[in-house]
Design a protein around this ligand. Sequence first.
Ligand code: DPP
Ligand code: ZN
Length: 868
Amino acid sequence: PATIYLKDYKEPDFLIETVDLTVELGEEETIVTSRLAIKRNDETATKLSLNGEHLTLQSVKMDGHMLTPDEYSVTDEWLHLPVAAITSEFSLEIITRIKPQENTALEGLYKSSGNFCTQCEAEGFRRITYFLDRPDVMAIFTTTIVGDGDRYPVMLSNGNLTLQETLPDGRKRVTWQDPHPKPAYLFALVAGDLAVVEDKFTTRSGRDVKLQIFVEKGNEDKCDHAMTSLKKSMKWDEEKYGREYDLDIFMIVAVSDFNMGAMENKGLNIFNSKYVLASPETATDADFDGIESVIAHEYFHNWTGNRITCRDWFQLTLKEGLTVFRDQQFSADMNSAPVQRISDVQGLRAAQFPEDAGPLAHPIQPQSYVEINNFYTATVYEKGAEVIRMIHTILGEENFRKGMDLYFERHDGQAVTTEEFIAALEDGSGIDLTQFRRWYITPGTPEITVNEKFDAETGQYTLTLAQTNLKAGKDPEPLHIPLKLGLLDVNGNAVPFSDGPFKGETEGVFDLTKKRQSFTFSGFSTQPRASLFRGFSAPVKIRQESSDDALAFFFAKDEDLFNRWDAGQRLASNILLKQIEDAGDGTSLPSAFLDAFAETLSDKTLDRAFTAAALTLPGEQDIAQKMPVVDVDAIHRVREGARRQIGLTFEDDWRRIYEECENAPSPANQPASSSRKLKNTALSYLIATGQEEFITLADSQYRKSKNMTDSVAALAGLKDINHPVREAMFADYYEKWQKDALIVDKWFTLQAMATRESTIDDIKALMEHPAFTLRNPNRLRSLIGAFASGNPVYFHDKSGDGYRILSGVIAALNKTNPQIAARLVAPLGQWRRYDKDRQDLMVTELEKILKLPDLSDHVYEMANKSLH
Ligand code: DPP
Ligand code: ZN
């Protein structure tokens, strides 16, 4: 397969001004007639090459003249047409035939639950018709859909509905016009028998926008939260960024079979139903949060992605990093900001840090790819968002807004590069980002070594920070890293800076721009303690020799809640790693930890959701990242041992908390979800004590529960044990919810993540379950994805069965849905992190994958990079 390089970017030879598309939907085949108005962009070009895959070409007309097959050439990927050197403008009419009902890749036009829908990002439009399928070709689209009006009463595309009629043959015909030029990846079409929920939003300039959410019939009562989230997003973008919506209608369609989370097609977002449908009975609080943020994300793309799009796919982070940053800001404004920040960073550390440390590491702006779908990664998205956040931190809120205003003003309607984005932020803010640009081309997570010096005589405190990055090549140039810093006295009180740029303030942002750099602060009688990288001001790893006491101090006292949480996590990791070293069982926890834990446990001023996060031990995969050779069994042993010990030590507190959260309403300004979060944390520790009483408690919670959060918490609490109550609960849950696919997904996931001796057999049996299918991405991820990424103990089972299960699924999916197949490869790519036996087993599976017949480019790229 060919590698595509950023350095080879060349402007298109031809541009497409308008597209007039007629899609005749049929059960056997669908006929697409595309009329294009084309304009020359390069004087020397004598050939027009249009992308097209999985298409049957019926005819091509150029300027009304039918071409004979010897006048053009067609390959599996292209349609080449000669163009006379003197021709500056011409029209094409291309008729193609496709079979959406056989499209299992879920790219282009396909069927989900009997309805037609599309997914065109990144390169799906070329599976609908021949086209210049690249984001720098922006055209005005008019789309006519013709089909059986009884089967498909709802027919949607981008923009405004301009015509609707019944044809003499009884078929229905509708026409949609989108006045905004757009790249083909933002095209969308939906046809089906769907229910609609409607609302409206009045923009700040007083225009009414019709809001519609289309869902399968019977799901109308599960759209409230999505609709509310949409209205909040529209308002927030007006207030925070001055961005108003630009069409009279905004539609969302929920579909069950979807490769991604959702898609920001102009005026017609198509969503994985997981990010639309919710009611308290059927969705957890985490689901509610996910819906709010994904609805916001796709809506925000209207300005950061659609009106200003990417010049080429190497610029993907231009729209994704920026839009993730915007949705994170939005969620922080709607909910508890520190809790949101903790969850953003947990996500980054869980998914992006390992990616950046492994064979698939790439800069947020990759320099090459084989298959662009493989670059919708945690790095491009989540690290991309951290990079924008650092710009925000360096510029400050006001200057950042000035830069964004200039970006929108300067580039509206264009397809641009990340360089143009940074230049706009520089020009708008007046702040130089020359060195900062390196973040865009540097892979790897920088490590920051910290040294402190205190001179009691002069009262001077010196912090020396050094940055290294093993993935950035030999002797890399240093990055510009914002350090948000606060100093505390021995009692934990904030100490104002006595000199420097932040004199009199208790927190400042310092620019770390050298490989090694010292910051000196004066006026201290005793050594202060530095709270570093507050709010996680840069996506770095801190290497600091911190004593348990120092970490316990920050865990109990830091006023920066992110750092308070993080200190607790670091402390717990250190303790557990030490236990692993000593072959311990996790039960002997130092008093520094227990005291700080107790302090947080009884601090009633904290948001209950924060308390829950602070009292949860770092995940097994977090701990794994700190081991030179990952020992999944030892990590699990000590972490479970510690949970049991914490359960027992604080049993009375947990009982009290459980009661309080269950019976007393959430304190002011805290949502009910915060109380559920803390209550269920208590439940989990109580169950960890191993006492029968708490299995009964979980059982009664499950039976009483009228909301999904509490039900799932009960199931999760018991998933790892062998007990009749557990079996009865899982059986009941399936029985009760088997008709609701999203809930059945949870049932699969809970079992996929269980750590019982029977887990591998359970998973094999679940793969044979009538409700399991490889065809539905959500179902597949719920079992196989959750197992491979969320169950380290059994995925890495010494037998190698876990690896074989995964590679078998990859082999099966390679042909039907290569995009999803490729996404499953990454866990095997982590092989270098494990012991020799596991390495061999993992490498064997990767080699097997590389030898698959008809290996897709998608899977090839991931497996090949993973192996070498
Ligand atoms: N739909 C995906 C997202 O919004 C890809 N653009 O991130
Ligand atoms: Zn996005």
